[in-house]
Design a protein around this ligand. Structure first.
Ligand SMILES: [Mn+2]
Length: 322
């Protein structure tokens, strides 16, 4: 696949000369996917353009304060822009019809497979929203509170509330500009990071009970089976944000979360510190992501899937065995 990489100015030019702009988020949308898409859609609408956001999945309720601010434009797309989507497969089954028609991709994943006609990529950005933020002045769009709460949410969620190593001074400066718009950042952070349902707490309890350790306790493996989800009463919205848990344990270099999928295979989420590289490990298994957070899928029974990921962690990170 081949793409034409654009500068910020060229990206702004493309968006300014387009109309009926369809913005595509990735499946299982997170704060960055939704915040970046809605923030950009609001910016485009403020310029008098038609814009809408589409996603394979229903947007979880906790993000509705962002989507509610968007005017519901309906149109035949004149320009298709994917945001925060590293690979067209991640658009999800319902959006595959657009996969080969993406005019522009705005992304911050170093693993982006260059599938769009043109791409704005900066892998040093903590969130795709930082690219949207940079585009605003180039497009002559003023940062308003509705846009600011989208971009703030996106940056907060992709940086674990400005805690991860991907957070830069620029991220903080952008967040500060958003706060200057009068957004309810305390409420946003509480709803994104602190609030959990009782079903979610019950699911965590079950998952933590069976956590397994390898390599002198430097690797922790947590499993979420469909049965555990069912028994805890957790809904789809309760399943977000579980992968950071194993890495919260003292001394853990590599925190693994296996999530059983409907077909019985396992979605692996890996979180690592500075001693291990999650993207390098997941790449061996056909996945990808960032240095500190990456994922892949393993189609094996549970115990074999755990053996596999643990073995690959050891191969790619020999020091973890010492
Ligand atoms: Mn992102």
């Amino acid at each position: 696949m081949k793409t034409n990489y654009l500068t910020l100015q060229e990206t702004a030019d493309r968006l300014m000369s387009a109309d009926r702009i369809l913005l595509l988020a990735h499946q299982y949308p997170d704060g960055d996917a939704i915040g970046s898409c809605v923030g950009l859609a609001l910016a485009l609408q403020s310029l008098g353009k038609q814009a809408r956001v589409m996603c394979n999945d229903v947007i979880p309720d906790k993000y509705s304060y962002m989507t509610d601010t968007l005017r519901p434009d309906e149109f035949e797309p004149g320009f298709i822009c994917a945001v925060d989507v590293a690979d067209p497969k991640l658009l999800g089954p319902a959006m595959q019809g657009f996969a080969e028609r993406v005019d522009l991709c705005i992304d911050h994943h170093g693993t982006n497979v260059a599938y769009a006609k043109e791409t704005l990529l900066d892998a040093d950005c903590a969130a795709a929203a930082m690219l949207i933020f940079r585009l605003l002045p180039v497009m002559g769009v003023k940062l308003t509170a509705p846009i600011a709460q989208c971009l703030y949410t996106a940056m907060a969620t992709d940086t674990g509330c400005f805690k991860y190593g991907n957070t830069s001074a620029e991220t903080h400066r952008m967040a500060a500009d958003c706060i200057d718009c009068g957004i309810p950042y305390e409420e946003i952070n509480r709803s994104m990071f602190d609030i959990k349902s009782r079903a979610r707490l019950e699911l965590e309890r079950r998952a933590l009970q069976d956590i397994r350790f390898y390599y002198h306790n430097r690797c922790a493996v947590m499993t979420i089976t469909n049965q555990m989800v069912k028994e805890s009463g957790a809904g789809e919205n309760d399943l977000e944000g579980l992968p950071p848990l194993p890495r919260q344990i003292e001394g853990v270099w590599a925190g693994v979360t296996l999530r059983e999928k409907a077909d019985g295979s396992f979605k692996i989420s890996l979180r690592t510190g500075r001693h291990a590289n999650a993207a390098d490990i997941c790449k061996v298994l056909g996945g990808g992501g960032h240095a500190a957070a990456a994922g892949c899928t393993i189609a094996l029974p549970l115990n074999e899937a755990i053996e596999k990921i643990v073995a690959v962690i050891g191969e790619v990170t020999p020091r973890i065995r010492d």
